[in-house]
Design a protein around this ligand. Structure first.
Ligand SMILES: Cc1ncc(COP(=O)(O)O)c(C=O)c1O
Length: 392
């Protein structure tokens, strides 16, 4: 018998870390496995953090984040969505992921039922499993050349003991973007059933037909059972900084502060000053990065879109392609082969929830020449696959 909890004993690396940890930081690999590009965080953000260190900002903070950063996030969200958010709802955890973890801890008990809209980033499944809750997946469908969530599929999966629904829009890995009407309807459902909706909007600025994706914030009232999580990693190229934000029900402000103390007593002080510079002065950066990703998306569609063995839908948001390599027996074996033979890092599809064994995910946020080279190599590897790699 183990001294540790069974929910912890069963944890294993997911398919992304399972492959990436083999060659992480190896300069000979073109890494398309993680959700980040190859551009360092812009200089003005780094300078603000350096300045904070030089100013001696090395002490503890308010557990929900520095007040000037929380105020700046409120102003940013107000402007973006035309709101007047209650500032008590905003907190700053040490990463988007930590925001999700705290939200899951706040609503899920052992034995509860929870729903994750999939295909999904695997870390969500782990953080839900750690609570001891049962996890069920509702898969988006591929319809009319796009990924879509059928809301009736979602409602049909709800059980009497469903305590949480997780939705990531724009979605990693499919690029699906939920419409405002769908958001309003799901929110109303969760309100009625008192189910906590954890809405992950970390790709809110990575959309290609609008300056910003629709947000649950536009519909949620102060005390709705909704936690909207977001962060600096993607829109401002700050993945290594480990800083996020959440908008939670106003009446949970004190509970959020205590949960924050339980985990890391809030985000790193000087990183918060970098984040402040990003959110106050980073609009041009956000636009530039999104333009770069839009071109990355075009490159992927142009290079992979015609391959007879591939099915690929044009992503509406986020910076991933999630093609299906029709009939391939093992997404992990394929990703392993691409890494070993071509030095390109892909994420195997099986790790993004059930039904994705024939898929792989690639992040197209790399600079364009590197991206093209990586795709050339992926295609070369694909064309060398023996018939025995396929079921048909
Ligand atoms: C859907 C989704 N949510 C959350 C995160 C985590 O963001 P952070 O690095 O800020 O913790 C990621 C990172 O890839 C993601 O894809």
């Amino acid at each position: 018998m183990s001294a540790f909890r069974p929910e912890i004993e069963v944890l294993r690396n997911n398919g992304i870390t399972g492959i990436a940890l083999q060659r992480i930081n190896d300069p000979t690999v073109i890494p398309l496995w993680f959700g980040e590009g190859d551009r360092v965080t812009p200089g003005f953000i780094r300078e603000a953090a350096k300045q904070a260190l030089d100013d001696g900002l090395t002490f503890y903070n308010h557990t929900r984040g520095r007040i000037e950063l929380r105020s700046a996030i409120k102003r940013y969200l107000d402007q973006l969505y035309g709101l007047d958010l209650n500032p008590d709802r905003v907190s700053v955890p040490g990463s988007t992921m930590l925001g999700i973890t705290i939200a899951a801890q706040m609503c899920l008990n052992k034995g509860d039922h929870s729903i994750i809209v999939s295909p999904n980033w695997p870390n969500i499944e782990s953080t839900f499993q750690v609570t001891g809750a049962q996890v069920c997946f509702v898969r988006q469908r591929q319809e009319g050349g796009e990924w879509q969530l059928e809301l009736s599929d979602l409602y049909a999966a709800v059980q009497p003991n469903t305590r949480a629904i997780f939705i990531n829009t724009p979605c990693n890995p499919t690029g699906w973007v939920m419409t405002p009407d769908e958001q309003r309807e799901v929110l109303e459902f969760c309100r009625r059933r008192q189910i906590v909706l954890i809405a992950d909007e970390v790709y809110h600025r990575t959309v290609y037909d609008a300056p910003v994706a629709p947000s649950f914030l536009s519909h949620a009232t102060d005390d709705d059972p909704v936690v909207v999580v977001n962060g600096f990693s993607k829109a401002w190229a700050m993945t290594g900084w480990r800083i996020g934000w959440v908008v939670a029900p106003a009446r949970m402000e004190e509970q959020w502060a205590v949960m924050s103390e339980c985990f890391n007593t809030g985000a790193t002080t000087f990183a918060q000053l970098g984040a402040l510079a990003a959110i106050e002065q980073g609009e041009a950066t956000v636009k530039q990065l999104t333009q770069q990703y839009a071109k990355g998306r075009d490159i992927v569609m142009e290079m992979l879109g015609q391959h007879p063995r591939l099915e690929i839908l044009r992503p509406q948001g986020a910076f991933y392609a999630f093609p299906r390599l029709r009939g391939v027996r093992s997404s992990m074996q394929f990703a392993q082969q691409v890494l070993d033979e071509e030095n390109v890092g892909l994420a195997p599809g099986y790790t993004f929830g059930p039904g994705n064994e024939e898929h792989f995910r690639l992040c197209f946020a790399q600079s364009h020449e590197r991206l093209r080279e990586a795709l050339r190599r992926v295609l070369a590897c694909m064309d060398r696959l023996p018939d025995s790699a396929f079921t048909e």
